[in-house]
Design a protein around this ligand. Structure first.
Ligand code: DP6
Length: 326
């Protein structure tokens, strides 16, 4: 049997309407739908090779061989792909990010989107975009949103078959920019996977989930109509709601640092002065400042003047996952 290999690229994404909490943790069926934007320029490149000569699965991540939990998570995901294709071959997975994993940008989204695409191609399964998104969801929930292009909605679905993401507008449709302000922290953060399991312990989660379809509707129409003010208000509300759930869960999760709040306050002041910028935060202290490209230089300069901002990463709307010619 010949060796089969493929290489794919995927971008991480930033959620505008957040995924937090699952109805089914094993299948990663989320409690609510979510909307995100893929981040151009930030990439994960993953090469997968299956071969009858391999005696076990192996994982090389950013030039370092991994075993333990990282390999286990990849192996469980490859098992799904092997059983779908009905092939019992071990594989070698080699993956590289061009952005620091420690920067707190959700790297698992890009990782499992690129792995889903490369591994299914390498094993000879040709999946539709929806099938790939659904598969990527099993590796990391937010990975399903890194498969389609540009601005993407994950329809939560009520079962495995109908829980996947679709593009709602192409990357080129709106010139938004994400200026990511990285803020130093000495704390070890609680991973998203662990955090999702605490979401239902917050008395606020029910209200957050019940109101989700309203927020999704507003966010979707803000993207389609390119209405920045509408987008700004809904994504700040959604980020605050998710963090309110985090802070009131058991155990409580506080991802914000004092400097996080300082940036959030500054962004709201800039908007009050007429500058089209707003903030959103994932499970970490870094602030994603979303703005129109016409003001991105100004935002960048403003953020650079804050001496606690360790580093800035700038990203435009990005494509979905794609294959490279081997
Ligand atoms: C706060 O997709 O990273 O970034 O499925 O356990 O890998 P797992 O969780 P993950 O959760 C993302 C959480 C978030 C919000 C979001 O991206 O929607």
């Amino acid at each position: 049997m010949p060796n089969t290999k493929a290489t794919a690229i995927a971008h991480p994404n930033i959620a505008f309407i957040k995924y937090w909490g699952n109805r089914d943790d094993v299948l990663r069926l989320p409690s609510n739908g979510s909307i995100s934007m893929n981040l151009d320029g930030l990439t994960t490149k993953t090469r997968v090779e299956f071969s009858p000569l391999f005696k076990e699965d192996s994982l090389i991540l950013n030039h370092k061989k991994h075993s333990g939990p990282a390999l286990e998570r990849v192996r469980a995901f490859l098992d799904l792909i092997r059983s779908m294709a009905n092939k019992n071959l071990y594989s070698e997975v080699t993956s590289e990010n061009n952005f620091p994993i420690s920067a707190g940008i959700a790297s698992s989204a890009a990782a499992f989107a690129a792995l889903a695409l490369a591994a299914t191609k390498a094993i000879g399964s040709n999946l539709s975009e929806a099938e790939l998104s659904r598969l990527a969801r099993h590796g990391s929930g937010s990975a399903c949103r890194s498969i389609p292009d540009g601005f993407v909605e994950w329809n939560y679905g009520d079962q495995d078959e109908n829980s996947y993401a679709e593009s709602i507008a192409p990357a080129a449709s709106w010139d938004l920019v994400d200026c990511i302000a990285l803020i130093a922290t000495g704390h070890k953060k609680v991973s998203s996977t662990a955090g999702h399991r605490f979401a239902d312990t917050s008395p606020l989660q029910t209200a957050r989930v019940q109101d989700a379809s309203r927020r999704l509707g507003i966010c979707r129409s803000a993207i389609i109509k390119k209405d920045f003010q509408l987008l700004a208000e809904i994504i700040e509300l959604d980020s605050n709601l998710m963090h309110a759930v985090m802070m009131t869960s058991k155990p409580p999760l506080f991802y914000w640092e004092p400097q996080t709040l300082e940036v959030m306050r500054a962004v709201r002041n800039w908007r009050a002065q007429g500058i089209p910028a707003c903030y959103t935060l994932d499970a970490g202290p870094n602030v994603h400042v979303i703005c129109l490209s016409s003001v991105s230089e100004k935002i960048k300069n403003n953020l650079e003047q804050m001496d606690f901002v360790q580093r800035l990463i700038i990203a435009k709307p990005g494509s979905g996952a794609f294959l490279l010619d081997n």
